[in-house]
Design a protein around this ligand. Sequence first.
Ligand SMILES: O=C(O)c1ccccc1N[C@@H]1O[C@H](COP(=O)(O)O)[C@@H](O)[C@H]1O
Length: 229
Amino acid sequence: MAITESTTALAKDQADNKLRIKVCGMKFAENIAEVAMLEPDFLGFIFVSSSSRYVADILDPRQLRALPLNIKRVGVFVNETSATILRLAGQYGLDLVQLHGEEKPEQCAELQATGLPVMKAFPVGETFDFATLMPYVSSCTYFLFDTKTDLRGGSGHTFDWSLLESYPLSIPYFLAGGIELSHLPKLQELQLPGLFAVDLNSRFETAPGLKNVDLLCEMLLALRNKPMN
Ligand SMILES: O=C(O)c1ccccc1N[C@@H]1O[C@H](COP(=O)(O)O)[C@@H](O)[C@H]1O
């Protein structure tokens, strides 16, 4: 798919102004099929070998390619080469890649130029300097904000979401980091400019990569009709 087609297709997704939901860190075929029945907008797969959610040595790529088309497949990478990302994106039929390391704007641009949309993740500490985002504006379809910790991701910790109240850009973003069921009332009230999706991962697990389907079902049903902001 050419860059203009892929970004236009994703932009069309935003037309109804509904908050999107990504369930990340999926690993096991049966669990993936159960979670897919809940119809999240995005399912995420970790291609980082140091993660306990690493998927590449356990999941048959055909199972990922067989997911319903309305669920976008997101591959999560940390400081991986573009050649490897593109190879795995083709093999697993990824719709989008989430770059969770120190990837440069040039690499994001290189990947997007092939027609593969890029979501660049940024760690958020006690403060966040939005100027950090500027070099990435022309080379990313989405941003993702996750809690800054010693881990690369999947920490289970939240950050102060009110830091995003002054988000100054038009690029939509995913909110990540330790989101759990108890945050539901806060999420339902949340009004953040640019917020496009919430990302659910370790707080919905019974073991790394194994999601609690009942817990996710409760969260997805409650968030399904929430407007983005
Ligand atoms: O989940 C992982 O193991 C992981 C490893 C390396 C990079 C990113 C990873 N996960 C991402 O982390 C965020 C937040 O997860 P959590 O809710 O705090 O568990 C999420 O976007 C995952 O995609």
